[in-house]
Design a protein around this ligand. Structure first.
Ligand SMILES: [Zn+2]
Length: 212
């Protein structure tokens, strides 16, 4: 005989309850027609495939958008020291942020991560990117994780005032804001509505405590 509330008693009571639940489920199961069951499985399968196809298409579109070269020719240099950061045809735009989508770029900068990331509605700043040239180390921009694009995060948005563009004719283009640049950069998403030409994005990063 088992004592009330003893561990063994509780264990036995739970296992009886479990058995009863299982019986109930089996009764419900028996009541479902084979046709309904097959229909349900088919619908679930179709919706899974559809979701999978949609996400695959989204990823492929994004990868194409991010890796394709554009007609733009020129170099992006650190404004302070002239160090080459990347090619103009690899610049991509996400909202007000402009970044170089090229693996070689990551070797040309130095990352300085924040102890505490700055979180915004759809992104978070996790650190800052400095010029990779040994004697320069000027801050070029921030390191940003995009909630909508985990596949390509983080990106390294560049402050327009920290870079200059050397066109194919050798002309140096220096602007304060990206919106003043005489180029149209491919946007990361066609659905993004750009209605703000101000680089508020950078101002927010600029005013971070500890920024120098
Ligand atoms: Zn530099």
């Amino acid at each position: 005989m088992l004592k009330e509330n003893s561990p063994n008693h509780i264990k036995e009571r739970d296992s009886r309850q479990c058995e009863q639940n299982l019986k109930n489920i089996l009764e419900i199961w028996k009541g479902i027609s084979l046709n309904d069951f097959q229909q349900g499985v088919l619908q679930t399968k179709e919706s899974f495939i559809q979701k999978w196809e949609e996400s695959l298409l989204k990823t492929i579109t994004l990868q194409t958008n991010i890796s394709e070269s554009t007609e733009l020719t020129g170099d992006i240099l650190c404004r302070a020291c002239g160090y080459l950061l990347g090619k103009l045809d690899k610049v991509r735009q996400y909202e007000n942020a402009h970044f170089i989508s090229d693996h070689d770029f990551y070797n040309r900068i130095e990352e300085k991560l924040f102890n505490q990331p700055q979180t915004y509605a759809r992104s978070s700043d996790i650190g800052k990117a400095l010029c990779g040239s040994k004697n320069c180390r000027t801050q070029l921009g921030c390191i940003k994780k995009l909630n909508d694009y985990p596949e390509i995060s983080p990106i390294y948005p560049l402050k327009c005032a920290s870079i200059k563009i050397k066109s194919e004719t050798g002309e140096m283009i220096l602007k304060k804001k990206w919106s003043q640049m005489p180029f149209k950069f491919p946007k990361l998403s066609k659905n993004v509505d750009i209605n703000n030409d101000d680089d508020i994005f950078y101002d927010a990063s600029d005013s971070l405590p500890g920024d120098s």
